[in-house]
Design a protein around this ligand. Structure first.
Ligand code: AMP
Ligand code: GLY
Length: 424
């Protein structure tokens, strides 16, 4: 098969790396890709933006991939799947209606309440007064969320009425454009946050093992929210039977709701879940692979990813088995100085060749480019250094050994990825 992968981050590098291992793969294009993706076997980059739907369509019509794989949320929300399907092109990912689970928090919240999926107590508002009243009823302890996609910046966590009022005003003031015209306010949930992923084909959902992201920039989960500074899988916070139970509580009603609402979801459903004292509660749904969750999942997946994505498109997932390597994977993100605020680009990255020779380690590129024959930084999150081993402690040690060999000016690294899951 010839495959087109859309996107340019660490998630897409992991997808390309894993797809390249499939015996069914003949040739792959990645648009726009990055410096690491360019080095994967059978893969060719094309400079088309992931959001340029007419450009993507024209490329696919000319090159006729047997399957297109969509990485990021934006093209899904813009309807790339519907557009390709209308033009007779096979594509993996949820269509625009199904992608609303991520593109509209109000849609998701309403859906969860209607179909009895455990979630936070919440309200949806487009005017400040009732929103403020609701926040007061929660003593200001709430999460104020822009309804639409806001580049991961649309959630403000508040612990007082004054903070909640400021957050509501900020969201409704138009700072987030159309995305913030409606806000969802959730009660603040406490507990351990984990990532779940399920591969879906419209009627079947196959649950992955657990993973955990580290969203804050600082060690000990302090400082600003980021796209994700590191992940590991599995987490010790749910046993396999507990995971199956949580999966049923979420995916059972979710599948029923999709059937009732005529939602044909073929792709990854990624619920962010808080394990509270009252049980698991869904904070949000994403409609794509997590980044950097993908990096740890795909270094654990033994099954052929191309076969799985193909089955997800065909609606034949019930016949497929997801096999996972025992042990664990850890991904440590190396980010640019200043991230998640503004940062400089073009810093030369040293040590990649040396790390490339290490066993059980793969450096996924997130924000890199090539300049004068050297690999340089070109994004906030630059690399996802991913290692695996028989135990979590082993995977963590290998990942940090690899990180120690890589250098670029001002690199930021959290030193505590996966530490929460290990004895002190
Ligand atoms: P979201 O994009 O909705 O996942 O929110 C971003 C992050 O904010 C989540 O990963 C959580 O860490 C945090 N968060 C969101 N909603 C809540 C909530 N209701 N209670 C506590 N933390 C939350
Ligand atoms: N791991 C965070 C995200 O993909 O949204």
């Amino acid at each position: 098969m010839n495959v087109l992968v859309i996107g340019s981050g660490g998630r897409e590098h992991a997808l390309v790396w894993k797809l390249a291992q499939s015996p069914h793969l003949k040739k792959m294009w990645c648009v726009p890709g990055n410096a690491g993706i360019a080095l994967e076997p059978k893969c060719q980059l094309e400079p088309i933006s992931a959001d340029d739907l007419p450009g993507l369509l024209a490329f696919a019509q000319k090159n006729k991939p047997d399957l297109t794989v969509v990485g990021p949320d934006n093209p899904l929300a813009l309807g790339v799947v519907d557009l390709f399907q209308k033009n007779g092109l096979r594509i993996w990912g949820p269509n625009q209606k199904a992608a609303q689970f991520e593109s509209s928090k109000a849609f998701s919240q309403h859906f969860m309440e209607k179909y009895g999926i455990p979630t936070a107590q919440s309200g949806t508002f487009s005017e400040a007064k009732p929103a403020r009243d609701f926040a007061v009823s929660l003593q200001g302890r709430c999460a104020v969320k822009a309804d639409g996609l806001a580049l991961g910046k649309g959630v403000l966590i508040c612990s007082s009425v004054a903070e909640a009022n400021a957050a509501i005003d900020e969201m409704l003031s138009g700072k987030f454009g159309a995305a913030g015209k409606t806000v969802v306010i959730q009660e603040l949930l406490e507990g351990m946050e984990i990532s779940l992923h399920a591969l879906c084909d419209g009627t079947t959902a196959k649950l992955f093992p657990t993973a955990q992201d580290h969203k804050r920039i600082g060690e000990g989960d302090t400082g600003l929210n980021t796209g994700g500074m590191g992940t590991y899988s599995p987490t010790p916070f749910l046993s396999e039977s507990e995971l199956a139970n949580v999966g049923n509580k979420i995916l059972g009603p979710w599948l029923k709701g999709c059937a009732a609402e005529g939602i044909d979801f073929r792709g990854i459903l990624y619920p962010g879940v808080m394990l509270t004292k009252q049980g698991p509660k869904v904070l949000e749904f994403n409609a794509r692979f997590g980044d950097p969750e993908t990096q740890v999942y795909l270094t654990r997946l033994e099954s052929d990813l191309l076969e799985l994505l193909d089955a997800s498109v065909n609606g034949t997932l019930s016949r497929m088995e997801l096999r996972w390597r025992p042990g664990a994977s850890v991904c440590v993100v190396m980010a640019s100085a200043g991230y998640p605020g503004s940062y400089a680009k073009g810093k030369v990255i040293h040590g990649l060749a040396e790390v490339g020779a290490l066993a059980d380690t793969k450096v996924f590129h997130a924000g890199t480019a090539t300049a004068n024959g050297q690999v340089v930084t070109s994004g906030g999150r630059v690399l996802g250094v991913t290692s695996w081993g028989g135990t979590l402690a082993e995977a963590q040690a290998k990942a940090y050994q690899a990180v120690a060999k890589i250098e670029f000016d001002g690199a930021q690294v959290r030193r505590d990825i996966a530490s929460k899951a290990l004895p002190k």
